[in-house]
Every structure is written in C-alpha cells, then in structure tokens.
Design a protein. Structure first.
Length: 87
C-alpha cells in the first residue's frame, strides 16, 4: 500500500518540476533605462527577438523608458504656427 502511493506521487512530482520557469524579476527601473541609451537599445532588440526569455515586466519597462526618452517629461506646451500652412 505504501509503495503504491509513492509510485503515484513520484510521476506527479516530476511533472510539477517540468513546468515553465518564471523569468527573473527585473531590477532596472524605467528611469535607469531612460538614462542609459546603450542598455535601452540592447534590451529593445532582445525584447523583439526573445520576449519570453526576458519577460513581459522588463519589456514593458523598456517600452515605457523608450517613450519617456522620445516624449520627454511632457511639459513642453504646444505652440501652433502663426500662419496656417498652405496646401
């Protein structure tokens, strides 16, 4: 009886250990990525080619840092041209 329980639990333990591993928790912040354009460029390329390896959390931070570098702090007011464009 005892041996049959072990023989049933062993395959279950093996299957449980074969599950997907979670990607490491990223330690880089959006601000640190935005301040380091070389690292940001490297991670953007890696997110394009192997997002599953890096994980969604880090790739989302990379995207947010890219937007932050492109748009800045968002405090620049829009000033329309004095004359309308002529088409």
């Amino acid at each position: 009886m005892y041996l049959s329980k072990i023989s049933l639990l062993f395959p279950l333990a093996l299957l449980a250990s074969c599950g997907k591993s979670t990607p490491p928790v990223p330690t880089e912040t959006v601000e640190s990525l935005a301040a380091n354009p070389e690292r940001l460029k490297e991670l953007r390329q890696q997110c394009k080619t192997d997002r599953a390896k890096l994980g969604d959390e880090l790739c989302n931070r990379v995207a947010e840092a890219t937007n932050k570098r492109f748009f800045g702090d968002g405090k620049v007011p829009y000033t329309p041209p004095k004359e309308s464009p002529k088409f």
